[in-house]
Design a protein around this ligand. Structure first.
Ligand code: NAP
Ligand code: ZN
Length: 363
């Protein structure tokens, strides 16, 4: 389809899933020429988000094959349109989940374009010109400058890539819930459910913002690292009923990043009265939400969808200041399938990042 769209003349090498087996194979396709508002980016690195896996396997029933996943993209500008903001050739930039929005609604005009009801994503979306969008598992991407952020000079391009989705997806609800932390602000007791790509960044942010962080995990083997390298204060194994019992009514705020169906009931019990649980995980089945832990604790459950571009830049700059990056395993493109299999088995510490340009970059 995209190949037939006018002005889609740029030939790009990438990697795509072609059916619900999810198997990723090399794939050559076309992208649009660089428009006045566009920047063309040589992709250096791209993180493998669990959302990529959901799409490759059509977990949500919305995949348009062939799908070129990838929305944790870092690279260098190789072409800039005359109206492409302040971007110029050679700039270190990142692209996350968003490719287009209406630019006019109350959300677009308030830097919350992630809630525009015409939002289109970096892959498996339909761009303004009617073409299907293809993501960052590819050697080059053309992006409208309004959906591109700058990468701070002091941060490495590989371990910064997952911030473009995992990072902003946990940063946004923390900010929204007044958890960014500033001098004089009270430390909160924060829980993070699921220590994967999103969860491990949430722990780092929680600690950077001065909170007491408890990890709630199904994997006892992650405890040492969670408390050591990531700096978590506590670790609860969610299948251990004694530990769950001991943790009742202990937390002010919980971020649930779990990718599979589970019950929110036991997790809600960990919240204090009036506490808030924000769920960002996107399982293909509805979450169980029993009413008793909700009503007995006057607790709230909310959702949150990635973040706006202004907020993404704010997060990036903050990560630059605090030197926050992600814990990654870098792989070459020919190992994407193996990485996806390991991600499905919950065997990654804590994000795979594809070295798309095929070299160790010092950019
Ligand atoms: P991930 O790296 O696979 O991490 C998910 C974690 O969930 C796992 O590490 C595991 O942690 C836990 N988990 C897995 N299966 C579980 C099960 N059956 N029961 C309980 N816990 C389980 O995935 P991710 O990339 O962080 O993404 C997480 C979810 O967020 C995905 O559904 C993704 O699509 C979604 N997402 C949403 C947004 C948004 O805008 N809202 C953005 C990005 C991603 P433990 O081993 O610690 O239990
Ligand atoms: Zn993602």
């Amino acid at each position: 389809m995209a190949q037939e769209t006018q002005n889609h003349t740029l030939t790009v090498s990438g990697w795509a899933a072609h059916d619900s087996s999810g198997e990723i194979k090399p794939y050559t396709f076309k992208r649009r020429e660089n428009g006045v508002n566009d920047v063309t980016i040589k992709v250096l690195y791209c993180g493998i988000c669990h959302t990529d896996l959901h799409h490759a396997k059509n977990d949500w029933g919305i995949t348009m094959y062939p799908v070129v996943p990838g929305h944790e993209i870092t690279g260098v500008v190789i072409k800039a349109g005359c109206n492409a903001g302040k971007f110029k050739i050679g700039d270190r930039v990142g692209v996350g989940c968003l490719a287009a929005s209406c630019l006019e609604c109350e959300f677009c005009t308030n830097s919350q374009e992630n809630y525009c009801d015409q939002i289109q994503f970096t892959y498996n979306g339909i761009f303004w010109d009617g073409s299907i969008t293809y993501g960052g598992y590819s050697n080059m991407i053309v992006a409208d400058y309004r959906y591109v952020v700058r990468i701070p000079e002091n941060l490495p391009m590989d371990s910064v890539a997952p911030l473009l989705c995992a990072g902003i997806t946990v940063f946004s609800p923390l900010k929204d819930s007044g958890m960014l932390g500033s001098p004089g602000k009270k430390m909160k007791k924060m829980g993070v459910v699921g220590l994967g790509g999103l969860g491990h960044v949430a722990v780092k942010f929680g600690k950077a913002f001065g909170h007491h962080v408890t990890v709630i995990s199904t994997s006892p083997s992650k405890e040492t690292e969670a408390k050591g390298r990531l700096g978590a204060d506590d670790f609860i194994v969610s299948t251990n009923s004694q530990q769950m019992q001991a943790g009742k009514r202990s937390l002010d705020f919980i971020l649930d990043t779990v990718s599979a169906k589970h019950s929110l009931g036991p997790i809600l019990e960990l919240l204090k009265v009036n506490g808030t649980l924000v769920t960002v995980g996107a399982p293909d089945q509805p979450l169980e939400l029993p009413s008793f832990p909700l009503i007995f604790g006057k607790r709230s459950v909310k959702g949150s969808m990635t973040g706006g571009i202004k907020e993404t830049q704010e997060m990036m700059d903050l990560c630059g200041e605090h030197n926050i990056t992600c814990d990654i395993e870098v792989i070459m493109p020919d190992a994407i399938n193996e990485a996806m299999d390991r991600l499905a088995r919950n065997d990654v510490r804590y994000r795979f990042v594809i070295d798309v340009a095929g070299r160790i970059s010092n950019l």
